[in-house]
Design a protein around this ligand. Structure first.
Ligand code: ZN
Ligand code: FE
Length: 257
């Protein structure tokens, strides 16, 4: 595999991810919460930044763009539907577009919900998904600009990606997500084991990312709104999965673990 991936903690709980195609030296960062930690990570390995892939317009994903653009002249790629809200955007992308980073290719998925124009980037050959604030480890983003049912529809194609796809997300929210997940999926042994593992990782200050599609399918309640076990646990048997997802999202919004 010709890809080198580095997770870069930024701000309070954001992640930027650097990925480099070692065959060409092309180096991308997915989201730019702030420039400094990204520059430090790049300086340490002497990689010049060639691309900035943006998932959505929120400040904690775009604030670092101007400084990075000034220093490296990197190409800024982001969702067409949010182009006006993304500083210095060069390439606007939408559903099924392909983005080249050196010899690597990402397919763009439009995943409206958290924001109206949110996109994620799937590098099929490298088995990598950059999910921004659409899919989190054991959670999903808040449905801020579109209804929860729309976010559910956005998550389904991601769930169908190969199970060994490695998933990077925009935030370290996993522990809070896990504590919520066990309240709506109390009989899931894999989830319980994962909660314990996450508690141990966080106690040591370690990141809980990346995750995988297979792991999320098995334990993330927001990918399992059509699983009868979840419907049963929240007393909504026979209810439409989109409505169950909406209820899960609502409960998470109100959850104080
Ligand atoms: Zn966001
Ligand atoms: Fe965010």
């Amino acid at each position: 595999m010709a890809v080198d991936v580095r997770l870069v903690p930024c701000l309070a709980d954001n992640y930027a991810v650097i990925l480099r195609d070692s065959s060409t030296g092309a180096t991308a960062v997915v989201d730019a919460p702030e420039a400094e930690p990204i520059e430090r990570a790049l300086d340490a390995v002497k990689w010049p930044l060639t691309h900035i892939l943006v998932t959505h317009h929120h400040g904690d994903h775009v604030q670092g763009i101007p400084a990075l653009k000034r220093r490296y002249g990197a190409k800024v790629v982001g969702p067409r539907a949010e182009a006006k809200q993304i500083p210095m955007i060069d390439v606007e992308v939408g559903a099924s577009d392909m983005v080249a980073v050196g010899n690597m290719r990402a397919r763009v998925f439009e995943t409206p919900g958290h924001t109206a124009g949110h996109v994620v980037y799937w590098f099929e050959a490298e088995k990598l998904l950059f999910a921004g604030d659409t899919l989190f480890a054991l959670g999903c983003g808040r449905a801020i600009e579109r209804p929860a049912a729309t976010l559910w529809a956005s998550l389904l194609p991601l769930r169908d990606l190969p199970g060994d796809t490695v998933v990077y997300c925009g935030h370290e929210y996993t522990l809070a997500n896990a504590r919520f997940a066990v309240t709506v999926d109390p009989r899931n042994a894999a989830l319980k084991a994962r909660l314990a593992a996450i508690e141990a990782m966080r106690a040591k200050g370690k990141p809980t990312l990346p995750t995988t599609i297979a792991e999320e399918r098995a334990t993330n309640p927001f990918l399992r709104a059509d699983d009868p076990a979840i419907a049963d646990a929240i007393a909504m048997k026979g209810v439409d999965p989109a409505a169950i997802f909406t209820e899960l999202r609502q409960r998470k919004n109100n959850f104080r673990g």
